[in-house]
Every structure is written in structure tokens, then in C-alpha cells.
Design a protein around this ligand. Sequence first.
Ligand SMILES: C[S@@+](CC[C@H](N)C(=O)[O-])C[C@H]1O[C@@H](n2cnc3c(N)ncnc32)[C@H](O)[C@@H]1O
Length: 278
Amino acid sequence: MKLAGNEFELLKGFVEKHCGIHLEPGKEYLIETRLTDIAIEHECRSFFEFYQKALADTTGKLRNRIVDAMTTNETYFFRDDNLWTYMKEVAVPALLKKAATGPVRVWSAAASTGQEAYSMAMLFDELARAQGTPSLSGNLEILGTDISSAALFLAISGRYDSLAIRRGLSEERRRRYFQEHGSVWAISDEIKSRVKFRRFNLMDPFAPLGTFDLVLCRYVAIYFQDDFKKDIFRRIAGVLKPGCPLLLGATEILRDLNDEYEPVLHKNCTAYARKPAR
Ligand SMILES: C[S@@+](CC[C@H](N)C(=O)[O-])C[C@H]1O[C@@H](n2cnc3c(N)ncnc32)[C@H](O)[C@@H]1O
């Protein structure tokens, strides 16, 4: 189905209002390719009719399907070597120290299909074992959140196909942490038990999620307008404990939040440490 008249403006506004995803002019094809099937399923003959149905839907079901379809869920295990070098050499050793005295909490704020959260759980387990304290993993709690129900369904299942399992995982990690069932690989119960997933919109207040010792907010703010980006990083500062790091995607930079964060460079990775409250 083709967009006509002001249909792009209407649907673009609808999407941005409900999840923050901003579509520049030129992205009309994204609406056409991702929403046509849903529009046809709802017996709409135009995108205007579809937009009206979405507005009239009081159940929120159609809205959720639209948002889900407009998200980009690209992810893979141990994405970005520089980040995981930082995690291995700085962040996880610091978390292990804390875990010796109590629970530590990590938030994967755009968890998609779970690879980022499970990578964290695997690395923590490896380093805990290497220092002879495997039981410290019991003090690790990772929260993975995402707005996409379809992505979360896969994350919660902890089951990956042969393509996903090949992306970013060494043979050794695959063998240690996954069981092969035909063409599907299931993550071990132990690693799975460290991670809880829940549906969450980054537009909503963060306080109910609790506080964190580390936050990963990677490759999601790239889809938002500058004001919303800033707002998210400011609100993350409200749930991140002082001195603790926020990690962004390799191509993302935190701007104009000097009051809240201090950049910390480790090799080729920049982490943003939450400044102590003043
Ligand atoms: C490209 S993936 C990033 C996955 C992972 N963080 C990584 O770096 O590999 C972006 C994710 O952000 C999620 N997302 C987009 N808008 C969101 C919002 N308003 N609230 C929560 N999650 C959102 C999408 O559903 C998608 O799964």
C-alpha cells in the first residue's frame, strides 16, 4: 500500500507519540513496508483509514502492533569488542567486588531479543569463576526491558536459531552456556535465571524499576529526537548509583549532560560515570 497526502505525517506523529521513534522525511518506505500487512489485516483501504482505526482502538492492541512493527531489533551477542573489553577489564571486576557484599543490579534498557543481557550474565559468570567465587553470580540481577513484545518473547524464551547463535559467540561460550536442540540453541537455566525481562517504554517513569549499578542504553536513542534523548539520559542519572557507569552504542555520544555524567575512557570505550549528587 502507498502513502498519499498527509498520511506519512499522521502515522509518523502517531509512532513518535507512542514510542519516541522519529521518522525523517525520506523514511516513508518504512511505514509502507512495515505497516501495510497490518493495515490489510484490519481491512483498511488506505493509510488514513488505518490511522483512524489506530486512534479509535481503545484496547491498545493495534497501537502495540504498530509500535512493535516500527522498532528495529538488530542485536547480537557481545556486540562491539571495545565495550566488552571495558566490561571485562573494568566494569565487571567492579561489580564482582560489590557482589561480595550484596546484590548488584544491571539494566539493559533496550534489550531487544536478549543477547546484550545474556552476554553480561555470561561474562559475569566467567570472571566470577576465574577468581574462584562462582557463587557471586547469585548476587547478580539483570533487568532487560524493551517496548517490543515480539522481541521480548524471544528474549524470555532464551532460544536462538543457528544464525543468531553464530553472531558474536565463541565456540567455547556456545558449548558452555547453550544446549543444542536440533536447529535451536537454548541458553542454560543458570544464565537465564540471572536475567528478568519485562515490557517497558522508555517514555515512562524509571523510578519503579529501582536503582542500578550499571546501565546499558545502546542503539536505541539513535531513533529519537535530541530532546527526548537528553531526557532519557537525564532520567537514567536518576536511577544510576553515583560513580556507576552508563554505556552507549559505539557511535553514540552523550552531549550537554556535564552536570550528571563524567566521561571515562578505557582503551577505545567511553563510559559515562554518574557524578555524585550535589
Ligand atoms: C537496535 S535494538 C538495540 C539492542 C541492543 N541494545 C544492542 O545494542 O544490541 C533497539 C531496541 O530499542 C527498542 N525500543 C525502541 N523504542 C523504544 C522505547 N520507546 N522504549 C523501549 N524500547 C524501545 C526496540 O524495540 C529495539 O528492540
